[in-house]
Write a protein that binds this ligand. Structure first.
Ligand SMILES: C[S@@+](CC[C@H](N)C(=O)[O-])C[C@H]1O[C@@H](n2cnc3c(N)ncnc32)[C@H](O)[C@@H]1O
Length: 216
């Protein structure tokens, strides 16, 4: 297959332009003061189009995913296509590793990575997940305390008034199943805005919510 055919296939498959448009819509929703340059963490970057877009706006972006080769994609050809899509990004976010392993021993090590990725004297000001599927990728079913642990560990690495937007795809059905009551209570109200981030998406601010869970 020629490179052009591959690129066409890639464009058809991932609808590259649509993704960049989505990133624009997300940016409009974020409504970041044009004078502010943030340190942003993206968890589950996928191809990296959102991180790319945030970089073009002058922010420092730490873009992470579970591995370097589009880990959640099983199909080999698709991996190649995603790789081409990633290569097309300019500026290209450097893919860094982070996998949330729930409330378990090795999660601590994963958060240590996130700490090491921070530029000197910086904390994360904005933490973003879009269409994250951490509740279905593995056989583990996250419990309320897994989500608490995740948020509390991220609080430690974030600035005082850091903003969190966590979008999941697919949605978790209800918090008693494999979701989380706290997250449900903080769902983005407007359905159009919620869908920018996932099937279900929540938003909160560290300054407002720190301490509510009292996780130890
Ligand atoms: C459906 S893809 C979405 C990718 C990208 N955010 C987008 O919107 O196109 C789900 C992403 O969640 C990531 N993910 C799944 N489980 C995760 C976990 N436990 N920790 C971190 N990321 C995870 C996957 O690797 C993948 O990049």
């Amino acid at each position: 297959m020629t490179i052009n055919t591959q690129i066409t296939r890639c464009a058809n498959h991932i609808n590259y332009k649509k993704r960049i448009r989505e990133a624009e819509e997300i940016y409009d929703y974020l409504n970041i003061d044009s004078n502010k340059k943030l340190t942003i963490l993206e968890i589950g970057m996928g191809i990296g189009h959102l991180s790319h877009y945030l970089m073009t706006k002058g922010h420092t972006v730490i873009a992470t995913d579970v591995n370097h080769s589009f880990g959640w994609v099983k199909n080999k050809d698709l991996k190649i296509i995603y790789n081409i899509a990633y290569k097309l990004l300019d500026p290209k976010p450097e893919k860094k590793l982070f996998e949330y392993r729930m409330l378990s021993h090795d999660s601590k090590m994963e958060f240590k990575r996130l700490e090491n990725y921070l530029p000197a004297n910086k904390k994360y000001d904005l933490i973003l997940f879009t269409a994250n599927s951490m509740h279905i990728d593995k056989d583990i079913i996250p419990k309320e305390q897994d989500y608490k642990f995740l948020v509390q560990e991220l609080f430690k690495l974030s600035s005082k008034d850091a903003r969190f937007i966590m979008g999941f795809y697919p949605a978790f059905d209800d918090y008693e199943g494999y979701g989380c009551k706290f997250l449900y209570e903080n769902r983005i109200k407007d359905r159009f805005n919620e869908r920018l981030f996932g099937e279900i998406a929540v938003e909160f601010n560290r300054a407002t919510y720190k301490g509510k869970w009292n996780y130890n």
